[in-house]
Unconditional design. Sequence first.
Length: 531
Amino acid sequence: MANHIMIQCRLSGQDNTGNVIDIRENSIKPGTLLDAFPQKVWPSLDSGPATFAANQTWEVLPDPVGSSHFIIQNPGSLNCIDIQENSTTPGASLDAYTKKTEDNQNQLWDFIPDPFGSPYFFIQNPQTGYVIEIQKGSSKSGALLVVNPRRLFDNNFQLWAGVQEDWGAATFPALTLAQPTAVLKDTANYVLLPADQAKFVKAVRVTLDIIEDLVADSFSVQINGNSPYPPPAGITWDAAWMQFWLLMANNSLSLGTQVWHNQGPDPPGNPLASQPASSASMLTLENNTIPAGTRIVLTLTIDPSNDYVTGISGKAFNQSGSPIGQPQSLSVVGQPTFNPGGPVKESDLAPYGSFQAVIVGAPGGHAHFNSGLGTMTVNCSPDLSPQLYWPNPDGGGTAETSNVYYGKVQEGNFSQIVQPFGLPSPKFTSVTGDYDLGGTGLLPNSILTAKAVFQDSTSGATVTGNIAPAPLTTQSDGSFVVAVTPQNTTVLYESGTLSTTVTDADGNWVSGVVPLDVQSPTVTSTSGLHT
């Protein structure tokens, strides 16, 4: 029998400990909602191992249908953690429901380690790619549990750890994350490819779920592919580098494409490269912003007779799942070329042997995002694995760049790969003691630099502040504390300000101003993101 555990959130509750997954009102009725509630049993020096409260006790068990995923079952009621009504909509509630022995996709879960190194895990439903979270990040007792896209930053309310009845840490059957680091950035995202390059990519769908407003003057989401390498004996493809994209420019979303020959001299008679082509507008925006809750689905058009990638289609949905805008499709076949012999014919094209999805600048440019978080889900056939190399030496990625970060994904071969992306949100959050400034939203586990200045409001005199501790670093959730004291303690700044700036190793920064002449000062902060 599996160990009995409590499942505790990293987010601190009202008692300064993490609330645990709890069946409301201790009900054994199927369909009872789940919430986050303070643990009812605590360790004692006298009692030794505990027996957890019945409605806060869980077992992690193999899928009864036989997949590689797991169910999470309450041993008292035998009900399982279940996405209510098999919903695939973000924000769907969780309940405890009768264990299913077929069609149980809404009761299956994977455990994904925190890529920043904490002992916590995301609990992800493999059907939707969504993870268990406390609704609206609430620390209140009884806050509902829901599923939503996985966040790259500010995600404590999505992270969970198991506690055994002997009060030791439970070991989850976790997926292994692909290397190399906790975050990738700009164009340094994974390359996705089948284990066997003779098995061409037959289907690709990329879905963007926007968690926080995605804001930039212009940008593109590119699905860049290379022809298989090495090619089968006797086969030579004209196309080696194929780009299909979603472009945001002038408050409009549209599709685009361009196809290139292998790098180097043009093959004789090859009309490629094609000229860039664009579709009509797919969606009109305001303020260069894709709003939170928007879903965008991009699908490559692949000819099943030869697996050649010939185009892209796109459509958008609002937070409730209703279609918005106007779906568009764009084919590279028939587009003009730079060299004689055009327009593009399907015979000029090729299958995908590997590809990369990146969020970068508009063609020829750099995108500087001011904010944004989301997930990028790749559904594909055959199963693909994440690598850090392009197998085709005549292909490559993209020349466009951005300041976006990407999270790690699971190691191995999968038909669905869910990857969080986005920007940190640096801010000061508190002032305690003798000007200990607390903050969050910088890169986790990063070496920080800081500077501080005390200024007298009457004379204008300034004194540089001492910064502690040294070395100054963020925690694994991006939080930090900076202790500031005047270097010259003979000068008293009873009325004035303390200005402090903290910068992480990648250039993200936050500045704050604290008034010195109030009993309970607060910090006003501004921030900026690396370019």
